[in-house]
Design a protein around this ligand. Sequence first.
Ligand SMILES: [Zn+2]
Length: 213
Amino acid sequence: MNILVKLMSISIIVLIVFTFLNNNIGISIAKDKIKNSFVNKNLIPICCTWGIEMKGGILTYSFNGGDKKVENAVIKAIDSWNKNLKGLEFKKTNSDGNIIISFTNDGKKVAGKTVNSIDSNGFIRKSYVTLSKKSFNRQFSPAEIELVAKHEFGHVLGLNHANFNGNLMTSQVNKGSGTISSCVIEAVKTANEWKLKEGGVSIHKPTKSYVIC
Ligand SMILES: [Zn+2]
């Protein structure tokens, strides 16, 4: 990939682990730019859409560091997306992917972070996902890493946090769900409608800022 991307801004969403109760992990959000006013409806707000990289229906991902155990947990999360999402496939590459996944093992509070690089026209051109292997000196299980990775890929695909519980994009993962629901899929299709609803004829920004679940 030799495309030079002029970056105007980045979108950063951070997950923070704040408590442990009987091995249940409480994960909450440190930063969420979207404050919506539709508080009486269940919404998944849309951030943005991918640019030209999505045109062929494939986004590549690569690992930067990590080991087989954590990589396999992430691959399981990505396979779930591949099974549920028509018209787009994530493919692993050994070179530099459209999505770079790295791991930290510093035991601090951050459990997962997605940084989307947005070009001057407002399109996602590259995505960086960082997953913690432990927090408060407690190792995450592969199942926990898989769940956080699945949630982070919702951000990779242009979603912000749902304003209700029981959803993959719920801001507190322990109040959310590991299921890629039909509403999550509809949100991803709405975010990337130029490709996933219109077949990729012409790239344009999303025409809706949220979906109602
Ligand atoms: Zn999140």
